[in-house]
Write a protein that binds this ligand. Structure first.
Ligand SMILES: [Cu+2]
Length: 199
């Protein structure tokens, strides 16, 4: 036997002894459980097993997570109230006014959005657009967990169903509109509260 083997054998024995102890010694507390045959103690157990204290390992305390609040000022545009998701597209062609239904969606609850798209120059509703509304949390690198469906209701209003914001915090609401007059995009921040106003 070399040293390694000896060690292995010793460890095995120690483990056996531990098992025997756990299984063999009837707990004082329990008369409740139907004793599952604790009668036959293994007679081969080494007589003098050093009672190694279980779980003496240093339980490294998980540092009281000093997660800095994600308040990166300056980088993130300020979030807006739900009733102000409204602005000119990045290309200046269209104006978008997004209305959530309900106005402040519940956290992790389905809601609809209606977006009125008007011509930025004339103010007239723009119909016949290929329209899409999306929401992402850029700082978390994720989008929604649902896939929204979009359809034109008429008079420049586009409805998006199946929207759901599953985390509180700053979401980027993005609208994409493409039509004969060209395409334009709206990008705005919306702050999803943990609870709706009336809750
Ligand atoms: Cu997130």
């Amino acid at each position: 036997m070399n040293f390694k083997t000896t060690c292995a054998v010793l460890i095995s024995l120690a483990m056996l002894a531990l098992c025997a102890c756990d299984g063999g010694q009837p707990d004082k507390k329990g008369a409740e459980k139907p004793a599952a045959g604790a009668a036959s103690a293994p007679g081969d157990a080494p007589s003098s097993a050093p009672g190694s204290a279980p779980g003496s390992g240093p339980a490294s305390a998980p540092g009281a997570g000093a997660t800095s609040a994600p308040g990166g000022k300056g980088k993130i545009p300020p979030a807006v109230a739900a009733d102000k998701i409204d602005g000119k597209g990045t290309d200046g062609k269209y104006h978008f006014k997004v209305t959530f239904k309900p106005a402040v969606p519940g956290l992790n609850e389905m809601f609809k959005a209606e977006t009125l798209v008007t011509d930025a120059a004339t103010g007239k509703p723009v119909t016949g657009l290929k329209f899409k509304l999306d929401a992402t949390m850029p700082e978390h690198r994720h989008g929604m967990m649902t896939k929204a469906q979009h359809k034109e209701l008429g008079e420049g209003i586009y409805q998006s169903e199946g929207m759901k914001l599953h985390m509180p915090g700053s979401w980027e609401i993005r609208a994409d509109a493409k039509g004969d007059a060209g395409e334009d995009h709206l990008k705005l921040r919306y702050n999803q509260p943990a609870r709706a106003k009336d809750q």
